[in-house]
Ligand binder design. Structure first.
Ligand SMILES: NC(=O)c1ccc[n+]([C@@H]2O[C@H](COP(=O)([O-])OP(=O)(O)OC[C@H]3O[C@@H](n4cnc5c(N)ncnc54)[C@H](O)[C@@H]3O)[C@@H](O)[C@H]2O)c1
Length: 418
């Protein structure tokens, strides 16, 4: 019942199904059963509406799996320390479901993963029950295409569906056909897994490309954002991607490496993916250099300067900071002796994370006097709620990684775009 599971549960409920929202996190289960959404982009009212008509409840009790006709797995698929697929959650849930299965149930994996995972990991775990996929139980892969905070409802986003036997295919298509307006059946589960990875690799590579263009055009004193906006007026053959401080979120920085890893089994080096990873990983370092240069131009050293970072979420208007490049920027600034603060309306306080420890740091206020007290304000994430004119008016120096200040021409002398 995370970023993917909750919208999916709502879509299933809206289509008339009774839904059990299963999660191993008891706090999440309690919140949902009390009518509280745990995701900012999903209003509490939506959860309460579902609860009140009696066709939804959340549960941490896996034995309820036996009640379900369709079981959708939307668990995390991160990378290990060595940047290899960490399928612990998929393995664990497939094993646990396998122990509870009864005949005629349909199981669909939604988590992003490498081509072959449904067949190689989920199928054997389910068949350990003694039930056979394709005759007793049914299995499909259908990747989630959720975009938190976007204008698209889950039901409006076409859904890829792939299965490896006829019965599973018919059932999965019938099920998802009720949930969304359009399904896109593909040859098998491996193809469906490959579709999802291709979508994310496409974004990752194109973001790396514009990040590289940004560096080239900066040297040529050409505004990369103006270039992209003008190029985007071409009605065919160009799709705009925008540069930024680096990649963030659970998908784009992580998923491409699922394919790189699997490709090694086929003696294949995924050079585009590696190169894109290299360019995108370098972006937070580039931002820190830009801050150092901007301060240096004002005769200030990075060490000892007070810097305020705006936005820790990985993209605007979301309450998700997984893999956020802001965290890397903050870590690098801290290592170089910067006296650091942050503001983010979605994160009043930071907790200890897997790779970073900013525990106890609290979001500071954006009063004019406070903003003016920093040597530099860095716009890392361009939340819509920020009053950029007021921030720039008060700030001594602004380093803008998102072109959020594009309209504030008269303050150009104190804004550095990077
Ligand atoms: N967030 C997105 O925008 C997005 C978009 C498309 C695809 N995906 C993919 O969907 C998958 C889930 O991502 P997410 O963002 O929803 O993750 P998330 O961390 O928001 O949610 C995952 C949930 O699964 C729960 N969980 C973990 N192990 C479990 C288990 N064994 N049984 C039951 N629940 C368990 C966790 O407690 C958590 O609530 C990932 O593979 C991700 O790559 C995410």
């Amino acid at each position: 019942m995370g970023y993917v599971g909750q919208p999916l549960a709502f879509a299933a409920h809206e289509s008339g199904f009774s839904v059990i929202g299963f999660d191993i996190d008891p706090a999440r289960v309690s919140a949902l059963n009390e009518g509280r959404s745990t995701i900012r982009t999903i209003p509490d009212a939506k959860v309460s509406t579902m609860l009140h008509d009696g066709r939804f409840h959340a549960s941490a009790n896996l034995s309820e799996v036996a009640e379900a006709d369709a079981i959708l797995i939307c668990v995390p698929t991160p990378l290990s320390k060595n940047r290899e697929p960490d399928l612990t959650h998929v393995r664990r849930s497939a094993k646990a479901i396998g122990e509870m299965l009864r005949p005629d149930q349909l199981v669909c994996l939604e988590s992003t993963t490498y081509p072959g995972c449904t067949q190689e990991i989920v199928k054997p775990a389910l068949e350990a029950s003694g039930l056979k996929v394709g005759t007793d139980i049914f299995l499909a892969y259908s990747p989630e295409r959720e975009d938190p905070g976007s204008k698209f409802r889950t039901s409006e986003i076409p859904k890829i569906v792939g299965a490896d036997d006829e019965n599973s295919r018919v059932l999965a298509e019938a099920f998802y056909g009720r949930l969304v307006n359009k399904i896109v059946p593909v040859a098998n589960s491996r193809t469906a897994e490959a579709v999802k990875l291709s979508e994310n690799i496409f974004r990752c590579v194109n973001i790396a490309l514009v990040n590289e263009l940004k560096h080239i055009f900066a040297r040529m004193e050409i505004d990369v954002w103006e270039v992209i906006d003008a190029a985007a007026t071409k009605p065919f053959g160009f799709m705009p991607f925008y540069p930024g401080p680096g990649l963030g979120g659970h998908c784009i920085p992580v998923d491409p490496f699922y394919l790189s890893w699997k490709a090694r089994e086929y003696d294949f080096a995924t050079r585009f993916i590696e190169l894109a990873g290299e360019v995108n990983t370098a972006m937070p370092y580039h931002v820190v250099e830009a801050i150092a240069t901007a301060l240096n131009d004002r005769k200030k050293p990075l060490h000892g300067s007070r810097v305020l970072v705006l936005g820790v979420a990985y993209k605007k208007d979301v309450d998700d900071l997984r893999e956020s490049p802001t965290l890397k920027i903050m870590q690098l600034l801290g290592e170089r002796g910067v006296r650091l603060d942050y503001n983010d309306p979605h994160f009043p306080e930071l907790q200890k994370m897997r790779h970073y420890n900013f525990a106890g740091m609290r979001s500071v206020d954006l009063s004019p006097s406070n903003v003016a007290s920093y040597d530099c304000v860095v716009i890392a994430t361009d939340h819509t709620s920020y009053d950029y004119a007021a921030i720039v008016e008060s700030a001594q120096l602004v380093v803008d990684t998102r072109n959020a200040t594009r309209r504030l021409i008269r303050h150009r002398n104190k804004i550095v775009l990077c």
